[in-house]
Design a protein around this ligand. Structure first.
Ligand code: NAI
Length: 250
């Protein structure tokens, strides 16, 4: 029997229609949390996740919104409060890539990745923090990347955004710890999702040889650590970056 460690908690997961966000939403629901699923455009996929969550006996609400918009982020948080009454968990998961070597990287591709991956985290956190501070409890979990720790050729924009998330996480953790709110980041390694599906089998095999655990990660590998950080078991952890990468970055 699964222990309902998140029973009656209310969570927001951004970018929850597929991949890691979907797995996180399902795991939180399995552990008893009601979940607000933010999505940008794929209404059909998110509806499928809503149904899967409701089958677990908890509430699910899909809210459309682009996290890079300050107003949309406010709408997501407002709808969560209207429907669920409180927000106990925020998972900033939404993210994009627009890879290229710096020599070829367009200004708009740099800006877009920063707007979604870094400013998006600011936008959602900014609107959620007053709610959590008032409650004197809350867990904010930001999805960074191994690339934010080690850098990666062809991903200067993405690495800058993901490293930015780490600085943001540590700073906000220090600001709001006294109010009982924790802020942590997860740095996933190479996880099998649509984001990484574009890479050739040859590249994937090469990546695997650099992973001590010799396999690519799954969205569930990340969801398990999010669930831990969202639970009371992690009450004394804040400002940390947890690598979930099969040992890629040791
Ligand atoms: P994905 O591309 O499968 O899913 C990303 C989700 O974010 C999608 O549902 C997409 O619609 C949503 N999204 C994108 N822009 C958005 C916006 N402006 N507003 C709202 N939602 C938006 O990618 P995946 O792999 O599931 O990635 C999830 C997170 O994990 C991302 O932050 C990514 O950078 C991070 N990550 C992924 C790794 C991997 O190997 N797949 C490794 C390290 C980090």
């Amino acid at each position: 029997m699964i222990k309902m460690i998140l029973k009656d908690k209310n969570a927001i997961v951004t970018g929850a229609s597929r991949g890691i966000g979907r797995a996180i939403a399902l795991r939180l629901a399995e552990l008893g949390a009601n979940v607000v699923l933010n999505y940008r455009s794929d209404a059909n996929s998110v509806e499928e996740v809503v149904k899967a969550i409701e089958e677990r006996g908890v509430k699910a609400l899909a809210v459309q919104g682009d996290v890079s918009s300050f107003e949309d982020a406010k709408k997501i948080v407002d709808e969560a409060i209207e429907n669920f009454g409180s927000i106990d968990i925020l998972v900033n998961n939404a993210g994009i890539t627009k890879d290229n070597l710096l020599m070829r990287m367009k200004e708009e591709d740099f800006d877009k990745v920063i707007e979604v991956n870094l400013k998006g985290v600011f936008n959602c956190t900014k609107h959620v923090v007053p709610v959590m501070m008032k409650q004197r409890s809350g867990k904010i979990i930001n999805i960074s990347s191994v690339v934010g720790l080690s850098g990666n050729a062809g991903q200067a924009n993405y690495a800058a955004a993901k490293a930015g998330i780490i600085g943001f996480t540590k700073s906000v953790a220090k600001e709001i710890a006294s109010r009982g709110v924790t802020v942590n980041a997860i740095a996933p390694g190479f996880i099998q999702t649509d984001m990484t599906e574009v890479l050739s089998d040859k590249v994937k095999e090469e990546i695997k040889t650099n992973i001590p655990l010799r396999r690519l990660g799954t969205p569930e590998d990340i969801a398990g650590v999010v669930a831990f950080l969202a639970s009371n078991t992690a009450d004394y952890i804040t400002g940390q970056v947890i690598s979930v990468d099969g040992g890629m970055h040791i």
